[in-house]
Design a protein around this ligand. Sequence first.
Ligand code: GP9
Ligand code: MN
Length: 625
Amino acid sequence: MKPLENKLPFYAIAALLFAVKTYMVYRFTFDLDIDNFLQEIILLVNPVATALVLFTAVVWFNVNRQIKYTRRIAVLLSFILYFNVLYFRSFSDFLTIPVLFQTNNVGDLGSSITTLIQLQDIWMFLDVIVIYVLSRYVSRDMQPLHTKAKLRASVIAVALLVGNVVLAEIERPMLFVRTFDREYLVKNIGVFNYHLYDIALHSKSKAQRVMADGSEIKQIEEYTDKHMKSDQPSPLEGVAKDKNIIYISAESIQSFVINKKINGKEITPFLNDLIENSYYFNNFYHQTEQGKTSDSEWVVETSLYPLSRGAVFFTHSENETNAVPEIVSNHGYTSAVFHANNKSFWNRSVMYDTLGYDEFFSESAYEVTPDNSIGWGLSDKDFFKQSIKHLKSLEEPYYTKFITLTNHFPFEMPEEQQTIDKYDSSSSTLNNYFTTVKYMDESIEQFFQNLKDAGEYEDSIIVIYGDHYGISENHNKAMSQFLGKEITPYEHVQLQRVPLIVHIPGHEDNRTISKVSGQMDLKPTILNMMGIDSEQGVSFGTDLFTNDVDPFVVLRDGSFITENYLYTRDTCYDRDSGEEVESTHCEPFKAKAQTELDYSDSVIYGDLLRFYNAEYKESSETETK
Ligand code: GP9
Ligand code: MN
């Protein structure tokens, strides 16, 4: 064969082969869900852009090293891709740096690796073979390219990659800030850029951890003990001892729907009745930020604030957490989460281990078909129904959490399943919302019946909380039409209230409690109810059933609510009337709110609970000796 006089075809062939291979892996091995045309385009552009960036880098090497570089990069990238394929076959997920160092994950993979490797996988290395063969025919005495040509090649490649990222941001706004799902990241920026992103995220949190020392946690614990911990015994102390705990994380439900009607029909008839036989908190705020559902889980299980950007579930999944599942496991409870979504969403597969959950029943534990799906996936009614067998398989007492999904933006409900009229306003989001909220109400009602039929109700305490808002500020006009009042910044904060219902079968002393409270308060409350509050540790919440600590709820954006005032966007309001008042009223609380957020951030960034937990374990060991 005649030597390839011009090297460009050689690099172009190498890049093209690699791009085609990567695309085929995305399309057929990872089986990424493609929902629209833009996603299709992104999936096509990404392998080309990545291959061009990596392979055109060759122009900057001297002529002799160009061929070597091309061969090596082809081998390296092929192995990275192949390793992801093997990992995906085993876990339906993508590799992360923490996972690489988690012995149990990679250990599992190690033992089964021979079963994962398949003979036909050889196709994944065909391009490498072609590149090696072709490289022998490339002329070794070519003149190097002019700097202008080198620049041109690199600029085109990088521009294509930037175009890819821009398209990804259009398709999934805040993709990089929220980092909600590895599958979305891989789908939008490709597996190689995803790894770079993961490395950056990991290095940043590692650096902050290294700088931290153990002295700060003592100071923070003293602060939370002094300002949040109630000295009063809770009237419900020990009421949940040895009982099962069932949390229902109710997707996107806000308090404004409770006891409200559309065209004369109650939106939440079951919850409205349930409230009469339960404790209902009508001034209970969600405290989530960009991590949405995962933030609510974080707050409820750890009593720490979420971060102001990103999701703790992603950024700090290796931290020590002293979370409720871990604590209750040490007291004979089996802990489990039920959620019929892909297990990598919000990094749950990793994070639930960190929080100490024993079991996670994710999408793969359910039978999901087009017929039983609505919107995001398995319908809540089917989800609850199918969960019962898994629930029954758990050893009692159990501590469980059921995460619903159907009442999720964009609130789709097939017409034949709608049991309430849509609202009539300029916002189709708000109009649809009531139909899925009504569906949630029915599915929770059905779940109560499922629990009763399965004999799981009597010995359980059921706690239902809204995870975060469903209707954003973009719909203020329609919202103000529904509520019959203007949505001022004060009203906006009031709309961050979500229902909290604590239902204890057979309990008499039920009532609606109006004290200002937040998701942060659930950890101390539930531990107190279980009679194990002494282990709550650093907690920014207060038992909901005690009254000796002044109510103070801080939202992640720095807004806060006290008994008498509400502060948001640099303005102080009277909590009852919503009237603006002198800023001096809110002034003393501003510093306190900031201190709490800063302390909580320090705990997370510095992974400070590792010091606390080490010390705690040591002292409890000496006590038992
Ligand atoms: C996805 C579900 C919804 O698994 O938790 O996530 P969200 O968008 O509400 O955070
Ligand atoms: Mn949610």
